[in-house]
Design a protein around this ligand. Structure first.
Ligand SMILES: [Zn+2]
Ligand SMILES: [Zn+2]
Length: 118
């Protein structure tokens, strides 16, 4: 007879029924992150690691991942990064070396930030 009272199973390592999944409408596919969780054991990092792997192999990010996009207005160069600092660093470096004007954009921004050499 099960006992519904005691909160005893809080550290049960098998209680990962809510395995995070990531889907990609461009690939029309969906993945469970069991492999990433096993390798990294941290939820958010698992999604991030998957997204980076997906980008590396397909050239785009999966659904529900909003990258920071640094895009040069003067030449075809640009990057997409999951971390804001990485995108801004690229933009600043590109502007510094080329004197090009670079925009940094993200889904959460009202409008893109412009990065120029001082
Ligand atoms: Zn995809
Ligand atoms: Zn440029």
């Amino acid at each position: 007879m099960p006992d519904p009272d005691g909160p005893t199973a809080t550290t049960d390592p098998d209680a990962v029924d809510d395995l995070p999944t990531v889907s990609c409408s461009r690939c029309d596919d969906e993945w469970a992150l069991d492999y990433e969780l096993e390798e990294l054991t941290v939820g958010n990092q698992a999604v991030e690691a998957f997204a980076l792997d997906h980008f590396q192999h397909t050239g785009h990010f999966p659904d529900d991942v909003s990258p920071w996009v640094a895009d040069c207005r003067r030449c075809p160069e640009g990057v997409e990064r999951l971390d804001e600092a990485g995108a801004r660093r690229w933009a600043a470096t590109h502007a510094r070396h080329t004197r090009h004007r670079v925009t940094v954009d993200h889904a959460d921004l009202d409008e893109p930030t412009v990065v120029e050499r001082d």
